[in-house]
Ligand binder design. Sequence first.
Ligand code: ADP
Ligand code: GN1
Ligand code: MG
Length: 683
Amino acid sequence: MDKKPVLVILAAGMGSRYGGLKQIDPVDDYGNLIIDFSIYDAKEAGFEHVIFIIKKSIETEFKDLIGDRIANEMEVSYAYQEIDNIPENFIIPEDRIKPWGTGHALLCAKSVINSPFAVINADDYYGKKAFKDIFQALSNQKDGEKYQYVMAGYQLSQTLTEYGHVARGICTLDDSHRLRKIQEKTSIEKRGEAAAFTEDDGRTWNELSADTTVSMNFWGFTESILDELEDRFEKFLSRDLPANPLKGEFFLPSVVDELLHEEKAEVTVLPSFERWYGVTYKEDKEAVVKAIHEMKASGQYPEKLWETLSDTAQCARITDALKAFQFTGTLHRCERYGNGHINDTFRVDMIDNGEEHSYILQRINHEIFRNPKTLMKNITRVTEFLRERILENNGDPERETLNLIPDKEGNNYFIDVLGNYWRAYLFITDADCFSQIEKLDHFYESAKAFGRFQKLLSGFPGDQLYETILDFHNTPLRMETLKKAIREDICGRAAAVENEIRFIMERESQLGIAMELLHSGALPLRVTHNDTKLNNVMIDRTTEKGICVIDLDTVMPGLSIFDFGDAIRFGANMAAEDETELSKVSMSLPLFELYVRGFMEECGSSLTTMEIRMLPMGAKLMTLECGIRFLTDYLQGDTYFRIHRENHNLDRTRVQLALVKDMENKWKCMEDIVDNYIRLNWE
Ligand code: ADP
Ligand code: GN1
Ligand code: MG
């Protein structure tokens, strides 16, 4: 049986003060909450298992925002505090909504606790020392004649706020640091260096000295407390509740106090002189953020805290972003959207006078796009240019190109307090994005859309575009990065991917073909999309035409064969980009032919014969390059492409390489398709 001390976190009331967990403000630039710092300290002190006590109603949100991320670091279990979780012979008073209190919360975790355990509140910052002391005490403690418990004792002056009153457990100690009694005072105010409390709404005040020991609800118990809680909760329900049926609470410290009076328990107080931090009042937040910042600067915490930072944590400021943009109406729904590997994308639905207005809200991945402001300049220019062309062709610019929504200050992006960049677009309704071909025609239509995109942008001055990612499709350079990742092998994964590395190395001499033709002038530099996956084009549900090319982050000077090639890599593959059954991977020649036709019909007349002849090579190079990039990311610890499972980037690599192999087998046919097309249509 697990007898190592575990950490129990009272989190059932978390977020209730803010109207939801997502509204809790992070306390650093990485979206971490106070609870993250407590868990970090607990892990450092030796705890390996956390039990969260939460309400069922917040379960999904809790796991999303906190639990799943912590599960990467510690063993995580859950217990649920519900108001109807009371002994059978009792009836919940009518109109009772208030939970039954901290004693009841802990009781709800009885079945999952089977070792000594520490208890903390989710919202309080306790400091490293308290975790170390409590863990050590629990590791050595056993009940004797009396139950042996511990408590972290804080100095009252270290736990007050400037901004209002607080509730604290006032402790009386004996000479050997044992707790004699603990009394909850709910209205304590700071008075200079000391404090005072009132129990009659401020008519009279009783002074408290600065060094009074107080409890912040950080306890260390043996399992014995759980039986005591069970027993006493029944007594509370029958004896105390009738006097206050709607508000009466069963408090953990009161139970400890009773046990002390009955001389059943001994509580050793472990003194902490550290400062407590919490956000009782919104004005407290600034001090917490500052303290965390300073503790990071002095090396007490690493910058990022956790290695794996959840997307949700990164997006913790979405509420600010939602308020920042000029959306019409009031918020109805906001949820994660799409299958992009790079940005955090949300669909936002607003309601105005019964009418729905939908938008796409994106947090730009600024780790990848290092200069989001210039990126947004590109997108603004490109969409304005396309808008004019679409109007000239009597099209509908609201559906045929992306439409940026400005923020309330008129900017095309919004920067939140964590330094995240957000942008918003009109949501293109009644259209779909496909991750795999469902209908042949859709692929043809996507080819036409990307071909048209290329043609429409042919008049766009390429020198006005910033390179949002340098050397994006410089395949030989991508190869150098892979070699570096193999040499450094920071995750120790290289040995296991020898076959994949060999496959790529065997083709190294081919990687520079396109770059050489560019440098010799044989292939012209154009304005291209550079990320022509099928799911970066929207297909109209009614007309089934490729209506709008999206994901404009990489619109830059580039090669037309790359736009063609990347689309083949993704859309002409009979398997998904991350298929694990490699026998399903194959490049469909009919799909290849279809794409050649659609692409050429739209932009063929503006391509040179050399460009057209090199289309198959574009497909092969883009597939190899993508395999190189996925493998590099796998070796470097999956920091670039968003992954959804273990070895995801390795699975993606293997698909790309299998596809390259299949293209090599079909090479002659691919060239024939293109040659035939030239012969029939151009000669
Ligand atoms: P990423 O760079 O992460 O791929 P995208 O800009 O491609 O981000 O957006 C991700 C997904 O969001 C797209 O594949 C598409 O499904 C959806 N999406 C993006 N923009 C729009 C839009 N304006 N209207 C409807 N859906 C969109
Ligand atoms: C990324 O952003 P998204 O998911 O459409 C990547 C492409 C890769 C593709 C592989 C900016 O595209 O270059 O080919 O994943 N985009 C960026 O699926 O790196
Ligand atoms: Mg995309």
